[in-house]
Write a protein that binds this ligand. Sequence first.
Ligand SMILES: NC(=O)c1ccc[n+]([C@@H]2O[C@H](COP(=O)([O-])OP(=O)(O)OC[C@H]3O[C@@H](n4cnc5c(N)ncnc54)[C@H](OP(=O)(O)O)[C@@H]3O)[C@@H](O)[C@H]2O)c1
Length: 251
Amino acid sequence: MSKLTGKVAIVTGGNSGIGYATAKELKNQGATVVITGRDSLKVVKASQELGVKGIVADVKNLSAIDKLVEEVKKAYEKIDILFVNAGIFQPAAVGQISEEMFDYQMGINFKGALFTTEKFLPILSDGASIINLSSINAYTGMPNTAVYAASKAALNAYTRTAATELAPRKIRVNSVNPGPVSTPIFGKTLMKEEQLNGFAEAMQNRIPLKRFGQPEDIAKLVCFLASDDASFITGSEYNIDGGININPLLN
Ligand SMILES: NC(=O)c1ccc[n+]([C@@H]2O[C@H](COP(=O)([O-])OP(=O)(O)OC[C@H]3O[C@@H](n4cnc5c(N)ncnc54)[C@H](OP(=O)(O)O)[C@@H]3O)[C@@H](O)[C@H]2O)c1
């Protein structure tokens, strides 16, 4: 029997990148998987490719999360794995941060993530696993990431408190902090191709293992945290970043 057989898993932002790879791995390990996303064409395409259920729900919109929970409850009653992954990266320099940018990025990466858990709580099985997809940016001073970093640091703070408060129900809550991972997220910024290439090269040079992560690297860690093998792990954060957090002064 596979490790996740019999478990129902929700992956927000599952039509692309890390969410897509994780939905695939969760399914390979035996889980029944539901992916969500904000664009119906992308959600339909990905859910067909993966052979899983797809539901459109923009996490910026709390009533859309309510509808998502209702639909999932109708289909499965309870869920066991909640992968809170949907997120965006919108770089902006200090001094050029608009209220609109702030609200948009915090609205998806923090408010949307937090309310995903809040609203799924009533249908989470006792013993369920929540995994919040954060970022090593929560702990860095990387240029142009002030709001993004704050959104992820806030999410990690929520992870810790939620882990304490949900422990009586044996619900575990953990954060995963990836370093740079090859996904479409960077192409969705307003950065030009040459900027993106320069950014990728500079970043890769700083990573001790000298490569970007692949979505599948993150998927394996998420599936471990989702499984009963991680039954004594809660309130923790896992950096998965090729060693970049070491910050070697010379390399
Ligand atoms: N890639 C990295 O280097 C990296 C590093 C650290 C952390 N992360 C985090 O990893 C998570 C996944 O990112 P990724 O790199 O896999 O990027 P991605 O390929 O762009 O995937 C992000 C997913 O989230 C969805 N999404 C965005 N806003 C949403 C909303 N309002 N409602 C519902 N779904 C929404 C996207 O939908 P669309 O396809 O419609 O945009 C997409 O399915 C994010 O939380 C990101 O911050 C990424």
